[in-house]
Write a protein that binds this ligand. Structure first.
Ligand SMILES: [Zn+2]
Length: 229
């Protein structure tokens, strides 16, 4: 194996963090509780240990939506089967700058059981913004129906909701969560391109939690060929 091939193999083995950092005053969904992280014991101030207090909405930053978020007696984050978000996932790059629509998805031949992470133009700018971005790229109602028809198992998006902010996003949430599709919101997909990856993403074990912050990481299995498949 040449050095170049060796470096290529090593880069395939590298885990890529696609989570966003949780920090004080970070952008959150309008009217959700803000993220507040405060060091209440501090070695620099003479305490024997550092210890922080944290308060936030569970749908802050990179997080998982459990069916219970929109479905009255749906599964909670602590009931998520552990293999739901461990395994192969496809990153699909979306060109549409308004929303994800079935017409753009059809050529990608999405199949039953697949985990799909949508990289939109959001990833290039929303996480640098100091305030909430209202016109982020979202999943259209028709695309939510399409994804359920195709039988995907997980859908991930690169801003704070699968649904639109300006129009009501509840149809998209209800359609996905009501049909057994688990959701990851708040991904930063800037560091990755279209392809097949290994995904690891786990929620905190919050008793009857409707959502939970999560750490999401990817490792490349195979880059997409020409045409973004
Ligand atoms: Zn959420």
């Amino acid at each position: 194996m040449t050095q170049k091939e060796n470096e290529h193999t090593l880069s395939l083995l590298k885990w890529i963090d696609i989570s966003i950092p949780l920090r004080n005053t970070m952008v959150h969904w309008p009217n959700d509780p803000p993220v507040n992280i405060k060091r209440i014991k501090d070695i620099e101030q003479g305490d024997t240990a550092n210890l922080s207090h944290i308060s936030m909405g569970v749908h802050s930053g990179t997080h998982i939506d459990a069916p219970l978020h929109f479905i009255e007696h749906g599964e909670a984050v602590d009931e998520m089967p552990l293999d739901t978000m461990i395994g192969r996932a496809r990153v699909i790059e979306i060109q549409d700058t308004e929303s994800i629509k079935p017409e753009e998805l059809i050529p990608h031949r999405i199949r039953r059981g697949q985990r799909i992470l949508f990289k939109t133009r959001n990833s290039s700018h929303v996480w640098q913004a100091d305030s909430f971005v209202e016109n982020f790229v979202f999943i259209s109602d028709e695309a939510a129906d399409f994804l359920v028809e195709r039988g995907v198992s997980v859908v991930g998006v690169d801003y704070l909701s699968v649904g639109s902010f300006k129009h009501d996003g509840s149809y998209v949430h209800k359609t996905l969560l009501g049909n057994g599709v688990w959701i990851i919101e708040g991904l930063n997909l800037a560091p990755v391109s279209s392809g097949t990856y290994e995904l690891v993403c786990l929620p905190l074990k919050i008793d009857r939690g409707d959502g939970s912050p999560a750490r999401a990481i990817l490792r490349l299995i195979q880059a997409a060929g020409r045409g973004g498949k």
